[in-house]
Write a new protein. Structure first.
Length: 207
């Protein structure tokens, strides 16, 4: 065979691979909706029933529940990351100039809080310790570091610390929303939470 000649593509193999990816994406979407409706502890049996198939079929696409969790976590975290980038572009278009650090931090935190509030079950699933979560937080930290003022020392350290701070603060706030324990001191609204987080990060506790 000539060195420049390429082997013909097996059309059946290509169609099967495409079908498999489509079916896998469909199962992930079903799992996402189940988690949204029923919380993060859905089982493989739940997913199989909702997809109208057997558990053994689900296992053809995901070798175990941990594999499905990793795949779904990556999918959800990728969507969240894309939303953060969209927020940055929309902010720049709205203000007609390059947004300053405070404005960018505010937009990112608002996007994160709104995502968590929109689907608590999915949020709980995504923020369970995992390689996917670590990758997402690292990506957001890199994004934050790119628009910090040049006067900030060790911007990567600041960015990683601030992202971890926001993630933990939102986690505690979600617990307070779901199970309030002090009727005399109701949880912060989402707007109040975002404003406080931005103030604490950018100006300090006594601003």
């Amino acid at each position: 065979m000539n060195a420049t000649t390429q082997a013909p593509v097996d059309g059946r193999s290509a169609r099967w691979a495409r079908h498999r990816e489509e079916r896998r994406a469909e199962l992930l979407d079903i799992a996402r909706h189940l988690i949204h409706d029923n919380g993060p502890d859905v089982t493989m049996e739940d997913i199989a029933a909702a997809s109208g198939t057997s558990k053994s079929i689900v296992y053809r696409y995901f070798e175990d529940k941990a594999s499905l969790q990793r795949a779904l976590g990556r999918s959800i975290l990728t969507s969240m990351h894309a939303k953060l980038l969209d927020e940055m572009r929309e902010l720049e278009s709205a203000v007609g100039r390059e947004p300053d650090a405070d404005e960018r931090i505010h937009a990112m935190i608002r996007a994160y809080v709104e995502t968590a509030q929109r689907s608590p079950g999915v949020y709980r699933f995504v923020t369970r310790p995992s390689d996917g979560l670590n990758h997402f937080l690292h990506s957001v930290s890199r994004l934050v570091a790119t628009f910090l003022p040049s006067t900030v020392p060790a911007p990567q350290l600041w960015a990683h610390g601030s992202v971890g701070f926001v993630e933990r603060a939102v986690d505690v706030w979600m617990n307070e929303i779901e199970s309030p324990d002090d009727p005399d001191h109701p949880p912060l609204t989402s707007d109040q939470l975002v404003t406080h987080l931005v103030t604490w990060l950018m100006k300090g506790m006594h601003a």
